[in-house]
Design a protein around this ligand. Sequence first.
Ligand SMILES: C[S@@+](CC[C@H](N)C(=O)[O-])C[C@H]1O[C@@H](n2cnc3c(N)ncnc32)[C@H](O)[C@@H]1O
Length: 217
Amino acid sequence: MKFANFFSSLQEEPWYHHFLAPVLAELDEEGTLLDIGTGSGKLLQMVSSETNIHCTGIDSSKEMLEEARIKLGDYPAELLQVEPGARLPFEEQSFDFISICSVLFLLPRSAAEFLLKESLRLMRNGGKIIVLTPSGNRRFLSLLRHFLSFKNRGMTVWYTATRARGQQWSESRFLQGFASQHGLHYREEKVLKGFARLEVLQRATGSGAKDNTGAED
Ligand SMILES: C[S@@+](CC[C@H](N)C(=O)[O-])C[C@H]1O[C@@H](n2cnc3c(N)ncnc32)[C@H](O)[C@@H]1O
């Protein structure tokens, strides 16, 4: 089985829906969304089925985008292959929302910073950059306690594969630093019972931002 195909099946497990749901909760009913590193397209499928947002997904992997096209069926989301490190092919301020889920923590810091700077260029005034990352800081037993089910069997693979880098990402406070460097408002929230972290960046002119640490148990 190809990795893209395996990943697409993983996204169909119930826990993955819970993992991505907090990103959806940050969106409005309408507007434009760019999902960077969209992979096999689960987030865009959820957004397309639950909102009127116009969705664009980009990824460097052709195989992942092929899986995304299958998952998205007739939904009119646009999918585009991009070259890592190349300027993203969109005009300034093209998007209300930019999501980056399970991507930045896997990249060298320079590549993560490049994608964040591109996101800033592409984000409209009043928009949001939403970053979702495995936290790597809960125990395996807690995972079993909260998610043990044959239907969630891929979660243990995900936990093992992402734990170390997720932890490094959490400890680096990289996004917080990027936000303060660029005068952005930053907030974070523990999600998926603390197994993941949602981080949101907005231009500091916006109001109503709140800190929410979420419940783990
Ligand atoms: C772990 S997957 C996450 C997929 C999806 N966002 C999700 O949360 O289910 C990471 C994805 O990021 C893509 N990726 C990595 N570096 C990238 C880059 N520089 N530009 C675009 N996509 C990239 C990979 O090809 C892969 O599909």
